[in-house]
Design a protein around this ligand. Structure first.
Ligand SMILES: Cc1cc2nc3c(=O)[nH]c(=O)nc-3n(C[C@H](O)[C@H](O)[C@H](O)COP(=O)(O)OP(=O)(O)OC[C@H]3O[C@@H](n4cnc5c(N)ncnc54)[C@H](O)[C@@H]3O)c2cc1C
Length: 416
């Protein structure tokens, strides 16, 4: 016998869990009528409780935009995040390898210049993941620990068979199961893009000089290197490098790695001490050819994966959630939630926004990794020129904060 829901979401990551909370918060479905199929242990009742508030920052951290903050506030998740795992940063400095931080060939954004209290937040990924699932459960989502096995789309419902033999049915099926989305494959949706042949190395470091509430990013020909400020004075690094170089770096001992990192950073934060293990993530640009089928849609990394140089992948996924909720809000009745005309509206909206962002990040990656000296001079001049145009700078910053562009009305602040 199959269990019936209004919405079944495959994937209990941040995006899947936030989508469930949002559907319930906006009363698009009722408690007990949305299910999250999650394949990881954190999905079990009460599992991992309190881990997010633990002694140290988790290894994954996310730069989160104002729009993401607002969305998480609306679902009550933001308020539950441990305060010591959410750090507002006030400045961002990016510079070309040939230039100097806050000097020639650099561009600095300061929240004061754009009339914002901060430029966003660095948030602990582990705490965020845990709070999102807890909030979804508390709001009335049913979390089912399993994997999706088969999918059949019918006129009035989607039928989902799980790997433990259970069957579910729903008016709407949402795929939020990440870049390797099995659901996307089962729906017969292709994806396109290319590998960057780069890995991002992630770790937390203590630095000789204070981070000054600033996110620092140096563009090297081998890939960008970012330092994201943490509340305890350390910084979290995201160091993208060609695969062979990343493999070499990750095999260095802590002292050698710190020395290589200091050299790559141009000494911006002084001496470096590695305080965690180094994790490695393969990078690719990937976008789904379609986001919607009758009774099914893709969200988050299942729909698009982008280079982390702008720290926007999760923020884009959260805008997917908000946009889908806004579109579904016009359905008027839970039985209409999987109507193709609504899902197509969501698809048209988010596909163009996400493609624009992915293409821009891809172009930036190519531009800054090109070693041509003429291009290097032009890049440096371009960064400096933007720095001298306050209006343009403000527009860039507000787009990064998720306050410009085609953003759902309920996330927009002032109309500037
Ligand atoms: C190095 C790096 C740094 C980044 N930094 C930032 C940043 O600063 N800011 C930002 O906005 N973004 C950042 N991103 C992007 C961000 O990590 C992703 O966009 C985000 O994690 C995607 O979330 P998601 O929930 O869509 O997918 P995922 O986090 O991949 O979650 C998918 C979930 O689905 C589950 N799942 C998979 N298959 C199945 C199945 N068959 N059945 C059931 N469940 C399944 C998985 O276990 C997982 O829980 C970064 C990415 C990288 C690589």
């Amino acid at each position: 016998m199959s269990r019936d829901f209004d919405v079944v979401i495959v994937g209990g990551g941040v995006i899947g869990a936030v989508m469930a909370s949002l559907l319930l918060a906006r009363k698009l479905t009722a408690s007990g009528k949305v299910a999250i199929v999650a394949d990881h242990a954190g999905a079990g009742a009460g599992a991992g409780a309190g881990a997010g508030a633990g002694a140290d920052w988790g290894l994954r951290v996310f730069a989160m935009s104002r729009a993401s903050q607002r969305l998480l506030e609306l679902t009550g998740i933001w308020q539950k995040l441990p305060v010591q795992r959410v750090y507002p940063y006030e400045r961002m400095c990016v510079w070309d390898a040939g230039g100097h931080p806050q000097g020639s060939g650099s561009l600095t954004f300061d929240c004061a210049e754009i009339g914002e209290p901060n430029l966003g937040f660095i948030v602990d990924g582990r705490a965020l993941q845990e709070c999102c699932l807890q909030a979804a459960r508390a709001a009335g989502a049913v979390v089912i620990e399993a994997k999706v096995q088969e999918i059949a789309l019918h006129d009035a419902e989607a039928r989902i068979r799980l790997n433990d033999g259970r069957d579910l049915s729903s008016r709407l099926l949402i795929a939020a199961d990440g870049t390797e989305s099995k659901t996307r494959g089962l729906l017969g949706i292709d994806s396109a893009g290319h590998a960057y042949h780069q890995d991002a190395l992630v770790a937390h470091v203590r630095t000789g000089k204070p981070h000054r509430n600033t996110a620092w990013q140096r563009f090297l020909a081998t890939g960008p290197l970012a330092f994201l400020p943490l509340s305890d004075g350390r910084s979290s690094i995201v160091w993208s490098a060609a695969r062979a170089e990343a493999t070499r770096l990750s095999k260095l001992d802590a002292v050698e790695f710190a020395a290589a990192l200091k050299a790559a950073s141009g000494d911006v934060l002084g001496d470096i001490e590695l305080t965690t293990a180094v994790a490695s993530f393969p990078l690719k640009l990937q976008y789904a050819v379609d986001y919607a089928r009758p009774r099914a849609v893709l969200l988050g990394d299942a729909a698009h994966a982008v280079h982390p140089l702008a720290g926007q992948g999760l923020n884009l996924g959260l805008l997917d959630c908000a946009s889908l909720a806004e579109v579904l809000g016009t359905a008027g009745d839970p039985t209409l939630l999987g109507e193709y005309r609504l899902l197509r509206r969501y698809e048209r909206w988010r596909k163009s926004e996400n493609l624009l962002a992915a293409t821009a990040f891809d172009a930036l990656e190519r531009l800054f990794s090109n070693p041509n000296s003429g291009l290097a001079r032009a890049r440096a001049a371009g960064l400096e020129a933007v720095g001298k145009l306050p209006l343009l700078k403000r527009q860039f910053a507000r787009r990064a904060l998720g306050l410009r562009g085609d953003v759902p009305a309920f996330l927009k602040g002032d109309p500037a």
